[in-house]
Design a protein. Structure first.
Length: 356
């Protein structure tokens, strides 16, 4: 092969490489544009909810992200305006999957936040609120803010030395660090790199949710799912293993974190209420529920914090598993919540926006 042919081959190879690179760039940009499309996100969410209702599975508002929590941290909270006040719900997965905000009217949605974090405990909740107040301007509206701490004994477990699901999720994209004491901090980086990582997470979630939606549709098409038959003994065995042998000591640690959380919120002159979350009757024979709730009631009395007891507000038939609600259960529970917070919503919004 002479020199001319070698140069021609190299040019062809370079051209092919550039074409492939351009195709890759166009594909990535196209995927990102689709992932950022709010109309398409809403369509996916509506279909996901419909299929979850039909298949009797848990419905989670992930938006165009893989997880509810990733959407919350990377999309909802950065866009939130905390200056006007609102009502914000914190808790573990039974708050996250207790009610939805995406389909509320826009004037309500901007003042109501579901900040539930799956598999979290009271320490995680405390550190999350510390991060929000220190880094995001949370609770700057003072008495126009109301924090509702949705509680159940599930928040009294202990994470491992590296933290649990919440800590691993925060570290996933390299955007946050979680110290040994649970403190959350953003990783210093330039704005372009941070934007790229968020968009990478959004695109991955968009593709993931497309596949998840297709799988749910296939399940519904086959008609292979039936209403859940609750097995109380199986649930109890699972929660005994989850709480572990040192659950009584962990209860005391958890309640101390709850007390510190209440104190932190009040130090910002915001309102705070504690809400006992709905529980299935299969939880009653376990020792965790009664002992935990007794300690919570004592903390509320000690700190003069209002306690809302909704532990029996939802019937067993509205649970999709041991402690998460069905789509219908979510609707019923949200109706209860909206009856509890209208006065605070009126204070956080323009006059006449909300009515009881």
């Amino acid at each position: 092969m002479d020199q001319t042919e070698i140069l021609r081959a190299r040019r062809a190879q370079s051209g092919t490489s550039m074409l492939l690179l351009a195709l890759l760039v166009v594909t990535c940009l196209g995927t990102d544009l689709l992932a950022r499309n709010r109309g398409l996100e809403r369509l996916f969410t509506v279909k996901s909810r419909e299929l979850a209702d039909k298949n009797h599975t848990v419905f989670s508002y992930t938006g165009n992200f893989i997880d509810f929590e990733e959407r919350l941290v990377l999309d909802e909270i950065p866009r939130a305006d905390f200056s006007k006040g609102g009502v914000y719900f914190f808790g573990t997965s039974n708050v996250k999957w207790a009610f939805q905000t995406w389909d509320l009217p826009a004037d309500q949605r901007q003042h109501i936040g579901n900040y539930g974090i799956g598999a979290s405990n009271h320490k995680d909740q405390l550190e999350f609120i510390r991060y929000l107040t220190g880094q995001r301007g949370f609770l700057t509206a003072g008495d126009r803010d109301l924090v509702v701490l949705g509680v159940s004994f599930h928040l009294a477990h202990e994470d491992g030395p590296l933290g649990g699901y919440w800590a691993s999720l925060l570290r996933r994209r390299g955007l946050y660090t979680v110290a040994g004491d649970g403190r959350i901090a953003p990783v210093p980086m330039n704005m372009i790199l941070r934007w790229l990582r968020v968009e990478q997470a959004r695109c991955a979630g968009f593709i993931w949710n497309f596949g998840r939606l297709a799988q749910a549709w296939l399940t519904a098409f086959r008609g292979s799912r039936h209403p859940v038959a609750h097995d109380g003994e199986k649930y109890r065995q699972g929660w005994r293993a989850f709480m572990g042998d040192h659950w009584q000591q962990n209860l005391d640690v958890a309640v101390n974190s709850l007390r510190a959380t209440i104190s932190l919120v009040k130090s910002h002159h915001a309102g705070v209420k504690v809400m006992l979350l709905p529980q299935g009757t299969w939880m009653d024979p376990l020792p965790f529920k009664s002992q935990y709730e007794a300690k919570v009631r004592a903390v509320c009395a000690e700190t003069d914090t209002p306690l809302i007891d909704l532990s029996r507000a939802i019937g067993d038939e509205d649970f999709v598993d041991s402690n998460h609600l069905t789509v219908e259960g979510q609707e019923r529970f949200r109706a209860l919540l909206m009856d509890k917070v209208p006065a605070q919503l009126r204070a956080a919004s323009a006059p006449g926006t909300f009515s009881k």
